[in-house]
Ligand binder design. Structure first.
Ligand code: SAH
Length: 402
């Protein structure tokens, strides 16, 4: 039997090896691995090797990392290197949308959605420009929508996650492994072309882990995704928008849930507007260091009788003036926690026409994955959470009464 030579010597190096202490191991960057490995006497080049296993090959079982020594694999296992999420169920809708329900070690459940891009929906994902077209092959493109939190603290009135409240943020390892696991469900003629942080949660309310996930996913030794193919969607937390712009030099695509062109209406829909009102949000969008030919995606969930008037449309056109943007109108998907409804198709079309006539690219986002509850704001998990929250509240009020 061969033994590795470790600092401190000793007759039984495998057992006397210093334990490798590393938090959220699958969420570490190569330089962090290098520091951690050097500190316990492992060779620094192992860091890259290991990072590739985890983030390029999506292999989380140390036993299967065949080019690492047996003792090193054992150390990794002890340090907690294992799959951050496991696939619970996969639901496939007739339109090809696949919803993955994933489970974390503590039982938190995460949803990710694979959405085949059609010509129409092409317009609503992270958007590719001509330069990007050249680097894509001939396979059909799929957008993946991932979650950053289990529940959400933002409280938007039309969104099931918002009504559920926040249970916990996901670790960077849990955010990125949604991508690695979802890739296994691509068909041979499909490729993952865009990634959108538009699932459950508010990515900029969970900035550290979101930014770490972005670094992991774009790292050349890992998946090496182009930041231009990634879009982060936010309710409009302006300090987070500034930070994202600064930390990634504007390369990460930005989508903003505007939903109303003035404070009066927006205050009612998006509680965070009271903290970061419309004018401040528009200032942050103007300041985002957007590369040339790129645009900010403006999301606008249309709600019958609330934010869908022709005046709202005109006002939206006015506040966005000068911001390179494209507008996605999302007729509201019904949720159990709210009476609010989508406007009639005709009203949606009129709203769209006003913006189109004002010179904006404006798309109505088609509803995808309906029968598997994969549409915006409808992720079934969120509905479950809302139900649980209601039950808790009912119990509390019963306890008060008695
Ligand atoms: N917190 C982020 C990302 C998650 S929500 C954000 O606010 O952008 C992704 C998008 O779905 C947002 O634009 C959100 O407003 C929209 N959405 C949520 N619930 C919806 C519903 N019931 N119908 C239509 N769109 C909804």
């Amino acid at each position: 039997m061969t033994r590795s030579v470790l600092p401190g010597g000793g007759d039984h190096p495998e057992t006397s090896a210093e334990p490798l202490n590393i938090e959220d191991p699958v969420g570490r960057l190569p330089e962090e691995w290098q520091a951690a490995l050097t500190a316990v006497g492992e060779r620094p080049f192992r860091a890259k090797q290991l990072f590739r296993w985890l983030h390029q090959r999506a292999e989380f079982e140390p036993e299967k990392m065949s080019d690492l020594s047996v003792s090193f694999r054992a150390r990794l296992r002890e340090a907690g290197v294992s799959a951050p999420l496991r696939v619970d169920t996969v639901h496939e809708s007739k339109d090809g949308t696949r919803k993955l329900v994933l489970e974390a070690n503590d039982g938190a459940r995460v949803e990710s959605v694979l959405i085949p891009m059609t010509d129409l929906s092409d317009a609503d994902a992270g958007a590719s420009d001509e330069e990007e077209e050249e680097t894509l092959g001939t396979k059909s493109r799929v957008t993946l929508c991932i979650s950053t939190q289990y529940g959400c603290a933002m409280g938007c009135v039309f969104c099931a996650s918002g009504q559920a409240g926040l249970v916990r943020g996901l670790r960077a390892s849990e955010i990125v492994s949604q991508v690695y696991l979802a890739k296994r469900y691509l068909r041979p003629d499909e490729q993952l072309s865009n990634l959108v942080f538009m699932g459950m949660g508010e990515p900029l309310h969970h900035y550290e882990q979101t930014a770490r996930a972005l670094r992991l996913l774009t790292h050349p030794e890992g998946l090496g995704m182009s930041p231009r193919r990634i879009t982060v969607s936010t309710v409009g937390l302006t300090p987070g928008i500034e930070r994202l712009g600064r930390d990634f030099a504007g390369k990460i695509g930005l989508a903003v849930s505007v939903h109303a062109p003035n404070d009066e209406t927006r205050d009612k829909l998006v509680p965070m507007n009271r903290r970061y009102p419309v004018a401040e949000l528009m200032r942050a969008l103007r300041a985002y260091p957007l590369p040339k030919r790129r645009r900010i995606t403006i999301e606008y969930t249309l709600i019958d009788g609330v934010n869908d008037s022709l005046d709202h449309a005109r006002e939206l056109g006015a506040i966005l003036r000068g911001i390179p943007s494209k507008i996605n109108l999302i007729p509201m998907n019904p949720i159990s926690a709210s009476e609010l409804r989508s406007p009639k198709a005709e009203a949606v079309r009129r709203f769209q026409d006003i913006l189109a006539n004002a010179g904006y690219s404006c798309f109505v986002r088609t509803r995808r994955g309906d029968e598997v509850a994969a549409a915006c704001g409808q992720l079934a998990m969120a509905d479950d959470l809302v139900r649980k929250k209601r039950e808790r509240e009912d119990l509390r009020s019963l306890a008060k009464k008695s």
